[in-house]
Design a protein around this ligand. Structure first.
Ligand SMILES: Nc1nc2c(ncn2[C@@H]2O[C@H](COP(=O)(O)OP(=O)(O)OP(=O)(O)O)[C@@H](O)[C@H]2O)c(=O)[nH]1
Ligand SMILES: [Zn+2]
Length: 352
């Protein structure tokens, strides 16, 4: 029956549920994102069973909570813990200001697969990876997900379909087209700027650019994104051909709200990588397979890649795009971005 939602459609709904504060059912547990949980729903969940807070191994490390499960910890929630207690565990913004509640005790018995799947879902909804879980029978109206199926879907790659394309004269080149691609899993759309008419049978000058609202739009001095975007387009304009993929993976895939949380931590003295870890994220949560898929859709299988990030080269090669050349993309330093650029070079292997 085609009117029954597919797994991808159900997961997309579940993301929206968590973002509005509605719990979902994962493998016999009610799962609610702490970031959007209300006090009333916390009380209702408590009434149904023993609440456990799932956090990632990165967050557990900061909180000095023992992680017995691979990649995550299941923190026991004390009977008197309120929403503020949960939020303080989920959100590191106040770590230095408010002494942490502890000691924290974590579960080691039982199956952590539902908790792992729930954390994956929260991340994919660009919420803080902290999920309150209570084992309980299915509740009417809540979206129901199987942990194994959810985990597999979160790792799968959505198919990208071209939606629309049109001529778009740019300062960098009047001969430019913008293509819009839409994934079949309800996720973000991504864009391709095609400059000139690059031949499909030769390596094309290519930039995989991840969205940075602060750098690209506002001209933030904290990162190198805006200047890199402009420099890439300029070069493609000068050479008469190129492809710039604008991937909507704001904040290396954690979303703008979490990136601002990371910036707040950076104001407290942590670097870009430490800030992601304290929030519970990996330092880079982007899926670069999307770039390879879009290039293939556009008819390319060879590139000259504008980047300083060796991971982008490896990911493209692993996904069937041959990188004939890596073209460095160095932009000016200023007193606000120099620490960021140094951290990327020292910790993320960027070549500067
Ligand atoms: N989480 C987080 N994301 C950031 C921070 N500063 C910039 N970003 C994001 O980092 C991404 C930068 O993307 P890119 O410039 O494409 O990638 P890169 O890994 O630096 O590699 P190249 O620029 O190709 O050398 C964008 O999504 C920005 O929004 C930060 O401090 N924290
Ligand atoms: Zn940026």
């Amino acid at each position: 029956m085609t009117l029954i939602p597919s797994l991808a459609e159900t997961v997309s709904r579940a993301r929206a549920d968590l973002r509005m504060g509605l719990p979902v059912m994962i493998g016999g547990h009610i799962a609610a994102a702490v970031e959007t949980l209300s006090a009333a729903r916390l009380a209702d969940m408590r009434a149904l069973g023993r609440p456990v807070l799932a956090i990632t191994e990165w967050r557990a490390e900061t909180l000095k909570a023992r992680a017995y499960d691979i990649g995550l910890a299941r923190v026991q929630v004390p009977a008197d813990a309120d929403l503020a207690w949960l939020r303080a565990l989920a959100d590191p913004t106040g770590d230095l200001m408010t002494p942490l509640k502890g000691p924290l005790f974590t579960d080691r018995e039982g199956d952590a697969a539902p908790h792992r799947a729930a954390l994956g879902l929260a991340k994919s909804a660009q919420l803080l990876p902290a999920v309150l879980m209570v084992q309980a029978p299915a509740q009417p109206g809540l979206t129901v997900l199987d942990p194994a199926a959810l985990t597999e879907l979160l790792q799968a790659q959505a198919a990208m379909a071209p939606v629309a394309a049109a001529r778009l004269p740019l300062q960098a080149s009047e001969r430019s087209r913008l293509h819009i691609f839409r994934p079949d899993d309800g996720g973000e759309e991504h864009y391709a700027v095609e400059i000139g008419d690059p031949p499909r049978d030769a390596p094309v000058l290519t930039r995989l650019h991840s969205a940075c609202f602060t750098g690209d739009v506002l001209g933030s001095l904290k990162c190198d994104c805006g200047p890199q975007l402009n420099a890439a387009l300029q070069l493609m304009g000068q050479q008469g051909a190129g492809i710039l993929l604008y991937l909507n993976q704001e904040g290396r895939g954690i979303g703008l709200a979490n990136k601002m949380r990371a910036y707040a931590l950076q104001n407290q003295g942590f670097d870009t990588v430490e800030a992601n870890h304290r929030l519970g994220f990996d330092d880079d949560e982007r899926d670069f397979r999307i770039g390879a898929a879009l290039l293939r859709k556009l008819g390319f299988d060879q590139v000259r890649l504008l980047t300083n990030n060796p991971r982008k080269v490896t990911m493209l090669e692993e996904n069937g795009i041959s990188v004939a050349e890596r073209v460095p993309l160095i932009t000016p330093r200023n007193r606000h971005n120099t620490g960021y650029l140094d951290a990327k070079a020292a910790k993320s292997g960027h070549l500067l």
